[in-house]
Design a protein around this ligand. Sequence first.
Ligand code: GLN
Length: 289
Amino acid sequence: MALATKGASSTSQKIGQLIDYASATLEQISPTPRLDAEILACHASGLSRSQLITQTHHALNDSGCEQLRLLLQRRLKGEPIAYITGHKEFWSLDLKVTPGTLIPRPETEHLVEQALSHIPPDRPFSVADLGTGNGAIALALASERPQCQIVATDIADKAIAVARQNALNLGLGNIEFRQGDWFAPLSDAQFDLIVSNPPYVRQTDPHLVEGDVQFEPTAALASGAQGLDAIYKLVTQASTFLAERGWLVLEHGYDQAEAVRDLLQGAGFSHCTMYRDLNDQPRVSEGRK
Ligand code: GLN
């Protein structure tokens, strides 16, 4: 079964069959063809995922079929699902994403968990999220800790615009977004905790030109020959912007834990600890001023 092509006369087609077709087609390019097909079908039909499952006989009209065909074409060219739909879920929040921002990864939820473990639920606390992108980390923290005051920075004004929009959509008022390079927009403020998911991929890593990643902004992913340039900057400068006993919590590559620990210890941090992600890979490290 093929999706109606533009200009051809067609009758409406059942959504269940369309998903089967789209899923089979996507097998050549996606590790998650069925999921991708369902998300695209939701986008084209306006149905929710649960409606899709219970209403497999729902018929998509010609314009719905045409829309699904166009979405499928984009995915077949490799474009990430999140850029096609303009949305990605992170920490159970529905977030807007654009090609100007990194697509939030599930493993970054570990960074949020680790940051949250230091933030008291019932009293004011100040946090800076550096390189916030679409705001995922700051928004997750703000949603869990309403008393927390967060400043989120990013060098890309397009990212800041998306992050602001996300805060507005979610009704989260306790984040201030500022455009600028890492610490630059913080002026002389000091924070109880600084968190960041900086770019940490080696500049020559072949993954940067493969799969979904090739569509993402390189500046949000790659950072020098060892992938450590941004992390070096963050670790060596953080103390100036941390209150006494304040925490620095960072995401990094699976093979960078040792280098990050050395950097943290070299910069005088105590309580240096590394945490692994669900794949048992080193992913988050922290230290205390
Ligand atoms: N974990 C991401 C990846 O492998 C990298 C994210 C980052 O550089 N902050 O694509």
